[in-house]
Design a binder for this molecule. Sequence first.
Ligand SMILES: Nc1ncnc2c1ncn2[C@@H]1O[C@H](COP(=O)(O)OP(=O)(O)O)[C@@H](O)[C@H]1O
Ligand SMILES: [Mg+2]
Length: 334
Amino acid sequence: MADGTAKRMMQSGQPERIVSGQAFDEDARIELSVRPKRLEEYIGQKRVKENIQIAIDAARSRGEALDHVLLYGPPGLGKTTLAQIIANELNVLIKTSAGPLLERKGDLTAILTSLEKKEVFFLDEIHRLQPAVEEVLYPAMEDFRLDLIIGQGPGARIHPFPLGHFTLIGIVHRLDFYEPADLLIIIHRSAKILNIQMDEGGAEEIAGRCRGTPRIANRLLRRARDFAEVRAAGRITRAVAQEALQMLGVDAHGLDEVDRNLMIALLDKYAGGPVGLGTLAAALSEEEDAIEEMYEPYLMQIGMIDRTPRGRVATARAYEYFGRDLPKRQPRLF
Ligand SMILES: Nc1ncnc2c1ncn2[C@@H]1O[C@H](COP(=O)(O)OP(=O)(O)O)[C@@H](O)[C@H]1O
Ligand SMILES: [Mg+2]
């Protein structure tokens, strides 16, 4: 475990956070076995699931391609899983790409023109698409048509190229953080598949610390198992899970060092805010994007941080959690 971490740090220059929703290599390996393959195995996200079930049933009964499904949300919540489930349920192949991989218009055109009728195309991280590439994508989605430009300069012609009614799973369903009850089901399911012994207390402890994210739940489960095998006869109890996760720097709310540094800077250095994103990022030597996309969503979800027009503020809950006295006068206007 320690070796793997060192290696990853050397490759990226940045340590990977155990509570990151982003997939690591080891996640990719394990996800093959624990990832649900049918819609009925997909836990939680009730509203999204119902909508997708209806769309699948309708497409099936009409023998047509599925309407475009757009899924988005923080990493690790089940977008890729859902895309693959849709392809499985419709019995079609799936082609995958991601926003940052499509550098030029031609990259997207090449994929779109290679799609077979009704094939599912999963485009991940759609918010990272270049504007020039978006221009190609939207007509393709709306009319199943691609405008190919043939020739150059004044002689260039636009040829509409019909696409065989593909289903694009781009990324307008927002996946949200999971409820504790759903996380418990996911954790028990994974433990069973991976042959891990665990009691209810152990599962609850992992559910409480996984930031509402199945990928993190599965990762913490594996780490707790490693610890249990070495120190506790292989069984994950509440005490074993607590000790294992504390050793990894993950606290009872799933916060790690990075989150704590952010909260402590906000509370102590900036008197609870409001402080602008840029200032906070500079104080932590982090990218603004990283704070906005990776750290804040969960801190907001659990009510530690608020975003206001004047900047980020720490909530009363944050003062309490970090053992700071609430300022008598709220640092608001006037
Ligand atoms: N609804 C779910 N039910 C059960 N397991 C899930 C669910 N959503 C995600 N997972 C688990 O979390 C892992 C990561 O999900 P993934 O679809 O790759 O996330 P994303 O694409 O949103 O980053 C999957 O391999 C799967 O094991
Ligand atoms: Mg994914």
